[in-house]
Design a protein around this ligand. Structure first.
Ligand code: NOJ
Length: 564
């Protein structure tokens, strides 16, 4: 009997065997180091997650997406992986992982693991071997090594910049102590890019996919899915020639979104289909909308993130255009659409929407508008307005056909933490852009579970990123059972979504008001959002849930309501 079968038996019959379970799932992202700390060392861990499974079940989500939990020096929050088939001892053990997986499954919750194929960490056994081996060796071929330019090779092979700032090449010292070759890193220098033209790398990742699938992982979130294959034929073009900050839309860029990358995902799909139900995957691919469907095709990963709503202002016209376009694109690719407002890379949406237009969004790197690093919120924050809009946007999202991705803490209405002292910051984006970019730590501060006490209930010790005094107000215990709290609102909306969800169809209804969006789903379920400031009349129907208080049959501004 395979591990999968064992776990399925252990976990009872609560887990859906439907191969399409992911199509309209609500998926809750856990950033493990900041979720719940079971041993008081200040770092969230796997047992901390297991202890909170009842909380997750009550929230009403269908799946958990677990950000990287692998052994890591945390140079990039765990996206620098030392070993793809193990658990970071700081977070627990493989046995703890199995316990968490079984507990989630017993609660009817699927588990999606983050997989990071573009780069390993510089502490991975492969990279250590590459450093200890000579130029041209098989060990160096697993990465992207090049000789430098200039008479002594002291200049990087190209002027490319890394996504986190600074050069995309780092020089090594050869085993004999002399200054040596350079290796490519699209992200931090602790994240050397792997060479995906190597059959050994490809096979090893297939092994990793099976390793976790056998342990009961139901799906994968694929980090930087669009960067794996590279064409670094010399001479390497300069940054200006490539317009690295621009979007490559024809597959000709040397590393972003090349067509050959899909050969890799076709192989992955064969592995996914060895399982029942087939393992799922969602691509993190910051590519032009016209090319997103390739990642989402049933012959590939099956689904791809669409970050369009996350990048938009709170604006009816923008929302409608994005929703219409993405549903049409999903229909062509055969995937269901994905929706997301917050994740571990961006300013929380309750804060973005409380800032002047465009606030909290800092375009950097991947395609000039795609990569959102959490920049210092500029201008005045109206936290109350931000939260009202965030709740309205979320309720609208939960009514859309497709999968909804939620980020831990948004169900508490958490705001971005801006008051982190420089000395406490961890994000490489901060260190590589000193004085320009404050990085993404503000959305990664450990969750408040209780209004007071050590680390607001996160653990018995401290919290690895400082929690502000106002966190207590947002604590789970402060909102649990409290009428009108954001937590109770999420619970209600997620429960109703499960009950109401039908075919993946949406029909726009005319409102005669450009600031109001109204649509109907099969079964008569309707969602109305008033993006404007003034109240508007409610259409006919019974109110099921609203993102904020209604005024009789009036829908106030910045509010969404579901009707039937
Ligand atoms: C995308 C991840 O979401 C982000 O957190 C990480 O820094 C980069 N990929 C590099 O792995």
């Amino acid at each position: 009997m395979s591990n999968t079968a064992t776990l399925a038996t252990l976990s009872g019959s609560n887990l859906s065997a439907d191969p399409n379970w992911w199509r309209q799932a609500s998926v809750y992202q856990i950033y493990p180091r900041s979720f719940s700390d079971s041993n008081g060392d200040g770092l969230g861990d796997i047992r901390g997650i297991t202890a909170k499974v009842p909380y997750l079940k009550k929230l009403g989500i269908d799946a958990v997406w677990l950000s990287p939990f692998y052994p890591s020096a945390l140079a990039d929050g765990g996206y620098d992986v030392d070993d793809y088939r193990d658990v970071d001892p700081k977070l627990g053990s493989l046995a703890d992982f199995d316990g968490m997986s079984a507990a989630l499954h017993a609660a009817g919750i699927k588990l999606i693991a983050d997989i990071v194929p573009n780069h390993s960490s510089n502490r991975h056994a492969w990279f250590k071997e590459a450093l200890a081996s000579p130029r041209g060796s098989a060990a160096r071929e697993r990465y992207i090594f090049r000789d430098g330019l200039g008479p002594d090779g002291g200049l990087p092979p190209s002027d490319w910049e890394s996504v986190f700032g600074g050069p995309a090449w780092e020089r090594i010292t050869e085993p004999d102590g002399t200054p040596g070759q350079w290796y490519m890193h699209i992200f931090a220098k602790e994240q050397p890019d792997l060479n995906w033209s190597s059959r050994e790398i490809r096979d090893d990742f297939l092994k990793t996919l099976r390793f976790w699938s056998d342990r009961g992982v139901d799906g994968f979130r694929v980090d930087v899915a669009h960067a794996l294959t590279k064409d670094l034929t010399e001479p390497l073009l300069s940054r200006v020639e490539l317009s690295l900050e621009g979007t490559a839309t024809d597959g000709s860029h040397p590393f972003w979104d090349r067509d050959e990358v899909h050969e890799i995902y076709a192989e992955w799909r064969e592995v996914f289909n060895e399982y029942s139900p087939p393992r799922t995957a969602v691509a993190e691919a910051w590519v032009h909308a016209s090319r997103r469907g390739r990642y989402a095709s049933p012959q590939g990963l099956g689904q791809a993130f669409n970050f369009d709503l996350l990048q938009a202002d709170f604006d009816a016209g923008a929302f409608r255009e994005i929703i219409t376009r993405n549903l049409a694109e999903a229909a062509v690719s055969g995937a269901s659409s994905t929706w997301v407002f917050s994740n571990h890379d961006v300013v929380r949406h309750a804060t973005r929407y409380g800032l002047p237009k465009g606030g909290g969004r800092h375009a950097k790197g991947q395609d000039g508008k795609g990569w959102l690093l959490a920049g210092a919120p500029a201008g005045e924050l109206d936290a109350g307005l931000g939260l009202r809009r965030a709740r309205a946007a979320t309720l609208l999202m939960l009514a859309l056909p497709g999968s909804a991705y939620l980020y831990q803490g948004e169900e508490l209405g958490l705001q971005e933490v801006t008051e982190i002292p420089d000395a406490a910051r961890q994000d490489p984006a901060f260190f590589r852009n000193k004085g320009v970019e404050i990085g993404r730590d503000g959305c990664r501060v450990p969750l408040p579970w209780t209004p007071d006490g050590a680390s607001f209930g996160f653990g018995d010790g401290g919290a690895h990123l400082p929690q502000p005094a106002w966190f207590g107000r947002y604590a789970v215990a402060a909102q649990d059972g409290a009428e009108g709290s954001t937590l109770e609102f999420y619970r209600q909306a997620l429960r109703l979504r499960r009950e109401l969800q039908g075919a993946e169809e949406l029909e726009w209804l005319d409102t005669g008001n450009a600031g109001v969006l109204h649509f109907r789903r099969p079964g008569g379920w309707q969602s109305v959002t008033n993006f404007g400031g003034g109240a508007v009349g409610l259409p006919a129907g019974t109110v099921l849930v609203s993102s904020g208080p209604l005024d009789g049959r009036l829908l106030p501004g910045n509010t969404t309501v579901w009707l039937r």
